[in-house]
Write a new protein. Structure first.
Length: 299
């Protein structure tokens, strides 16, 4: 029986121009939404204002429009994002979650620099240096970290409906929930946003599996366990050689390819080729059935 989902999301971060890997993730998301009757939300992760630039945000709108990738909910332009959909509009919800964690005694303060963390572990993983120091949660220049436990097991749902037991990955131990500048960290904002918008299907690259585990752990601590009814699909990454593509480096940026003369059919053909599709795919209408056949081949 094919499951039905309520809503999924496109969640780009405007820290660089979108590249082909972003587009492939968008296309996979929209394909699964079509198959399972889900609405699509555009959520632009603009919380980190030091990295966000107006031209990167506009590039998101331009790319979706150029490739005719539809979404049902979310900002339609820069003004709409700022006034209604920016993560800055949901700061009270993030703070409510942080306050609840603090009241339960699940947080501790940390003043470690990146240099110190690197020094304390060969892979740069945080080892809980500040946990026994009992620093106050009140003060400037302090990050808030979660008191994670490696022995806690919790369940996540892998697409389409497989239960998968998880534990907090070693590299995510004591992960940051509030940054030193006072802003909520990504794990908190993403979890709160998915709960706020009613997301029950999350499509993301396989490199974000540890992040999924961190959010699953955080969800398990909350009374409503918001991710208990959420299904995750982690797709393979598009790579440039042996490295994953990075929009901050401009790898295969859609903007660059468009300026070089590539048209919409060219980009669809390129995306399809990277996924191993042999069909003549020049539009979203071609892509969706071809991808679903690739994902669920006929027996």
């Amino acid at each position: 029986m094919t499951p039905t989902f309520h809503k999924t999301r496109l969640a780009p971060t405007p820290s660089g121009y979108l590249h082909l890997g972003n587009v492939i993730s968008f296309l996979i998301t929209v394909s699964l939404a079509k198959k399972h009757g889900a609405k699509v939300l555009l959520r632009i992760d603009d919380l980190d204002q030091q990295r966000v630039r107006t031209e990167y945000i506009q590039d998101i709108f331009d790319t979706l429009d150029f490739l005719e990738i539809p979404y049902d909910e979310g900002p339609r332009d820069l003004s709409d994002l700022k006034n209604r959909y920016s993560q800055r509009c949901r700061m009270p919800q993030y703070q409510t979650l942080l306050d609840a964690l603090a009241e339960q005694g699940l947080l501790f303060s940390c003043d470690c620099s990146r240099k110190k963390i690197q020094k304390n572990h060969p892979k740069g993983w945080y080892t809980g240096h500040c946990l026994p120091r009992n620093l106050s949660l009140i003060g400037q220049g302090l990050a808030w970290r979660l008191k994670t436990r490696p022995d806690v097991t919790y369940a996540l749902t892998d697409y389409p409906a497989a239960s998968r037991n998880c534990q907090i990955p070693e590299d995510m131990a004591f992960f940051v929930v509030r940054k030193k500048d006072g802003d909520p960290a990504y794990q908190v904002a993403s979890l709160v946003d998915d709960r706020f918008f009613g997301i029950d299907l999350i499509v993301r690259g396989e490199d974000l599996w540890d992040s999924t585990c961190a959010q699953g752990y955080l969800s398990s601590l909350l009374p409503d366990q918001p991710l208990a009814g959420t299904t995750f699909f982690h797709h393979p990454l598009l790579k440039d050689g042996t490295q994953k593509l990075s929009k901050s480096e401009g790898a295969l940026a859609i903007r660059t390819m468009r300026r070089s003369g590539m048209k919409k059919p060219d980009l669809y053909r390129l995306a399809a080729a990277h996924l191993g599709m042999s069909e003549a795919i020049t539009s979203l209408e071609d892509f969706i059935p071809a991808y679903l056949s690739l994902l669920h081949p006929a027996r």
